[in-house]
Write a protein that binds this ligand. Structure first.
Ligand SMILES: Cc1cc2nc3c(=O)[nH]c(=O)nc-3n(C[C@H](O)[C@H](O)[C@H](O)COP(=O)(O)OP(=O)(O)OC[C@H]3O[C@@H](n4cnc5c(N)ncnc54)[C@H](O)[C@@H]3O)c2cc1C
Length: 503
C-alpha cells in the first residue's frame, strides 16, 4: 500500500463489511443478488429498447444488423448464443484454439445491444472493496484470488486495446474509491486492512484517511478517505465491435435478429444439439450460452440461479464551469452510507461526458418496483428514470465544487438515462463451464454489474474448459466454476446459498 503523502494510523482487525452498532454498510448489498421473485426470467425484449449513449454513437455501423449469410446456416460445429463481450470473446478464443471449426453467433437483436452495449463503460478491477464479503462466503484464499483475477482481467483488456490499436476511447488512470461518511470510511478501512493483513496485494493502492486530503485529491467535498489505483473507462460497444470484426475476417458467421428459442438433442443423429430459432434450426455439436441475464429463458435449469434486473445509467454533460481544465479527470466509486454506490466514468479521453452508474437509492426504488412487476425484469426500454437522476443530481450538487452554482445552458446537464439488464448470479459470482447434464453445452454468464472486470479472462477460461484443460489452466477462481453440486445447491430451496452482490 502507498500513502498519498504521510502514513495513516493503524487500526484493529476487521470483522466484515458491517460493524456492530454501526448502521452503515460497505457497498455490498444482499438485495442485489436476492430478488424475491427469483424465478423470473425472460428472452431479450423484442422491440422498444431505449438506446444507450454507446448505441446512439454507432447508428450507421452495418455491424448492428449484420448477417454473414442471408440464410441461417443449417449446421455448425459450435453455436454461440449472445453477441455481448462474452459471446464475442468466446468466438475469438474458439477461432484461435480450433481455426478449422465453424462457429455461428446468434444475437436476438442488434449486435451487442445487451448489457455490454448499455453499461457505464467502467473497467474497474475490485482491489479490496468486496474482499470481506467474498471472504465470508468463500474464505480468504478464494477472495484474494477474485481480487487478483480482476486485476488480471483489467490488464488483459488494456493490453488487447493497446496492442491492437482499438478505437474505443480507452482511458487508463487513477480511479478513486471515496467513502462519503465516517461509518462507511471505518468499515472500508477495516476491510482494506484485513485484506492487506491476510496477504492481499495492496502495494499499488494509494490511501489517505485524512478527510481534508481526501477531498482535495478526489475533488469530492464530503470525502472521508480516498483509495486510488489504476482502472479504465472505454466505449464498450466499439471494443466488442472491433473484436467481432476480426472474428468475421477469421470465418465466424454472425446472425443478428435471430432469437434462440430452445435447444434439444438432435434426433437426426448428425449432430449433438439442435438450436431452434425464430428463423429455423441450427444443428451443432457444441453450444455456448453467452446470454448473461437471459440465460434462464433458454436454459430453464438456471431459473432462480441467474436472475435479470434492469439497471440504469445516467449520461451527464458537465456544465461549462466543470469543463476544460476544470473537467473531472478520474473515475470513481463513491461509497454511500446505505450501502449504495455511484460508479462514475468521465470519458476523459473522449468527449468529457460523464456516465453515472451504480446503485443509488433511486435504483433501489426501481428494484423494488421490479419485484412487484416482474414482467419488467428484462425491460431495457426504460429511459429518463427521474428518481435515479435526482439522486445523481443531489450528489453532484452537494459534492462537486462549483456544480451547484453552475449555469446549466441548453445542451448541458442531465441529458438522458437508459436501462440495461444485469444478470444476477444467486451466489454473487459468475458461472463458467459445462452445463450439468448437458454434455457439449457451456456457459459464461452471471456477471452482475461488473462483467467488464471479469469477462476478458472468463471467456478464454471457458474455451480452455471446452478444450478439456484442467480448471487450474484457466487461472480463474475456483468458485466461478459451474459444477453439478453448485447448481444443485443454488436450486435447492432449503439450502441457503452465500449471497454476495456486486452492483
Ligand atoms: C446500466 C448498466 C451499467 C453497467 N455498468 C458496468 C460498468 O461500468 N462496469 C462493468 O464492469 N460492468 C457494468 N455492467 C455490467 C456489464 O455490462 C455486464 O456484466 C457485461 O456486459 C455482460 O456481458 P455479456 O456479454 O455476458 O452479456 P450481454 O452484453 O448482456 O450479452 C448477452 C447477449 O445475448 C443476447 N441474447 C440473450 N438471449 C438470447 C437468445 N435466446 N437468443 C439470441 N440472443 C440472445 C442478448 O440480446 C445480448 O446481446 C453494467 C450493466 C448495466 C445494465
Amino acid at each position: 500500500m502507498k500513502e498519498f503523502a504521510s502514513s495513516s494510523p493503524s487500526i484493529g482487525s476487521a470483522t466484515g463489511v458491517t460493524l456492530s452498532g454501526n448502521p452503515a454498510v460497505l457497498n455490498a448489498e444482499e438485495y442485489g443478488s436476492a430478488p424475491s421473485s427469483q424465478g423470473r426470467t425472460g428472452f431479450p425484449k423484442a422491440s422498444g429498447q431505449s438506446l444507450s449513449y454507446w448505441l446512439q454513437q454507432v447508428r450507421s455501423d452495418p455491424l448492428l444488423d449484420h448477417r454473414t449469410t442471408e440464410q441461417l446456416p443449417e449446421q455448425a460445429d459450435t453455436v454461440i448464443v449472445g453477441s455481448g463481450i462474452s459471446g464475442t470473446l468466446i468466438a475469438k478464443h474458439h477461432l484461435e484454439t480450433w481455426p478449422e471449426r465453424s462457429v455461428v453467433v446468434l444475437e436476438a437483436r442488434e449486435f451487442c445491444s445487451g448489457a455490454t452495449g448499455r453499461n457505464a463503460g467502467h473497467c474497474k478491477p475490485d482491489q479490496w472493496r468486496h474482499f470481506a464479503k467474498f471472504e465470508k462466503a468463500y474464505g480468504h484464499e478464494q477472495a484474494i484470488q477474485i481480487m487478483n483475477n480482476e486485476a488480471a482481467t483489467w490488464r488483459a483488456l488494456v493490453s488487447y486495446v493497446k496492442e491492437n490499436n482499438v478505437d474505443c476511447d480507452l482511458w487508463v488512470g487513477d480511479t478513486y474509491d471515496v467513502p462519503l461518511d465516517d461509518d462507511v470510511a471505518k468499515i472500508a478501512k477495516e476491510c482494506f486492512e484485513r485484506y492487506r493483513d491476510l496477504g492481499g496485494k495492496v502495494d499499488h493502492i494509494k490511501v489517505t484517511h485524512d478527510p481534508v486530503k481526501a477531498a482535495r485529491i478526489s475533488r469530492i467535498k464530503n470525502a472521508k478517505a480516498c483509495y486510488s489505483w489504476n482502472a479504465s473507462t472505454l466505449q464498450p460497444w466499439k471494443l466488442t465491435a472491433h473484436i467481432m470484426r476480426e472474428n468475421l475476417k477469421n470465418g465466424v458467421n454472425l446472425q443478428t435478429y435471430t432469437l434462440a428459442k430452445s435447444i434439444a438433442a438432435d434426433s437426426s443423429g448428425s449432430r449433438k444439439w439442435l438450436v431452434n430459432t425464430d428463423r429455423g434450426d441450427v444443428a451443432c455439436d457444441t453450444v455456448v450460452h453467452a446470454t448473461n441475464a437471459y440465460s434462464a429463458a433458454l436454459e430453464p435449469s438456471l431459473k432462480g440461479v441467474i436472475t435479470p434486473k434492469p439497471h440504469i445509467c445516467n449520461k451527464v454533460v458537465p456544465p461549462r464551469a466543470m469543463s476544460g481544465s476544470k473537467a473531472i479527470q478520474n473515475s470513481y466509486g463513491v461509497l454511500l452510507p446505505d450501502g449504495g454506490l455511484f460508479s462514475i466514468n468521465p470519458r476523459c479521453t473522449a468527449d468529457g461526458v460523464v456516465m453515472f452508474g451504480g446503485s443509488n437509492s433511486g435504483q433501489k426504488q426501481l428494484d423494488r418496483w421490479v419485484e412487484d412487476h416482474p414482467e419488467h425484469c428484462i425491460n431495457d426500454g426504460l429511459a429518463r428514470i427521474e428518481s435515479i437522476t435526482e439522486c445523481v443530481r443531489e450528489f453532484v450538487e452537494n459534492n462537486l465544487e462549483g456544480w451547484k452554482e453552475a449555469e446549466i445552458g441548453p445542451g448541458e446537464g442531465f441529458d438522458y438515462s437508459w436501462s440495461g439488464i444485469i444478470g444476477l448470479s444467486a451466489d454473487g459470482v459468475p458461472f463458467v463451464g459445462e452445463l450439468p447434464g448437458k454434455p457439449g453445452q457451456f456457459i459464461c454468464a452471471g456477471h452482475h454489474g461488473h462483467g467488464m472486470a471479469r469477462i476478458f479472462t472468463a471467456a478464454p477460461g471457458l474455451v480452455k474448459v471446452m478444450n478439456g484443460e484442467p480448471w487450474e489452466e484457466t487461472g480463474l477462481p475456483e468458485v466461478y466454476k459451474m459444477t453439478p453440486e453448485r447448481l444443485k445447491r443454488l436450486r435447492s430451496a432449503t439450502e441457503e446459498a452465500p449471497k454476495v452482490a456486486i452492483v
